[in-house]
Unconditional design. Structure first.
Length: 188
């Protein structure tokens, strides 16, 4: 695979900025959920980096769980609306105050399907915390309680977000130069 610098358009959010904002979100959640029975559900795989940094910044006792859904395949840049659960929770969530932890809300289709599925299980409360929000692209209206950053309509990568399954490890959010990316993809 190619070095990300071959197709990086620009760094949109630096590592330190991300960490500062996540500390604020963690502090906010710690205040809001004081005395509650908090469960963070991470949507794999994009939400993993965000979850681990967020939970380090939450000072109240809480649990974590993982769920995986498939939204689109390699080479596609938007979700199809056909969201499939590929990994489900291991425990019931009734009596729990649930926060869904997502990397990015784009059209809103993925999170909307997950919200439908989870609310049927009757948690005490349910809300969404997303690191990034591409509001311009929204097709399905969903309530998002916590947002790290609202970003423009550009394809981004790093900090959990992938391009064709790679580059999730980068500690910042970068914008993909799609023209360059397609060129380097063809040439290997
Ligand atoms: P939605 O269903 O359109 O809201 O898409 C949400 C999912 O698409 C996210 O969980 C991401 O996995 C993926 N996604 C959306 N935009 C981007 C992006 O700019 N970069 C990488 N993945 C993205
Ligand atoms: Mg993805």
């Amino acid at each position: 695979m190619r070095d990300y610098r071959d197709f990086l358009g620009e760094v949109l959010i630096e590592k330190d900025q991300l960490q500062e904002r996540i500390a604020e979100l963690g502090a906010q959640i710690s205040r809001d959920y004081q005395g509650k029975n908090l469960l963070l559900i991470c949507i794999l795989r994009g939400g993993v980096m965000f979850l681990t940094d967020l939970m380090r910044n939450i000072s109240i006792p809480h649990m974590i769980e993982f769920m995986a859904v498939s939204s689109y395949g390699v080479g596609e840049r938007q979700s199809t609306g056909q969201v499939r659960i590929t990994l489900d929770l291991n425990t019931p969530i009734h009596d729990l105050d649930v926060i869904l932890v997502e990397d990015i809300v784009d059209s809103g289709r993925t999170i909307s399907s997950v919200l439908d599925l989870l609310s049927a299980r009757r948690p005490r409360s349910l809300c969404v915390c997303t690191l990034l929000d591409k509001v311009e692209r929204r097709e399905v209206q969903i309530p998002v309680k916590y947002v790290g950053y609202t970003i423009p309509n550009k394809f981004v990568f790093g900090y959990g977000l992938d391009i064709d399954d790679y580059y999730r490890n980068l500690p910042f959010i970068g914008v993909v130069d799609l023209e360059k990316y397609e060129m380097v993809r063809k040439t290997g």
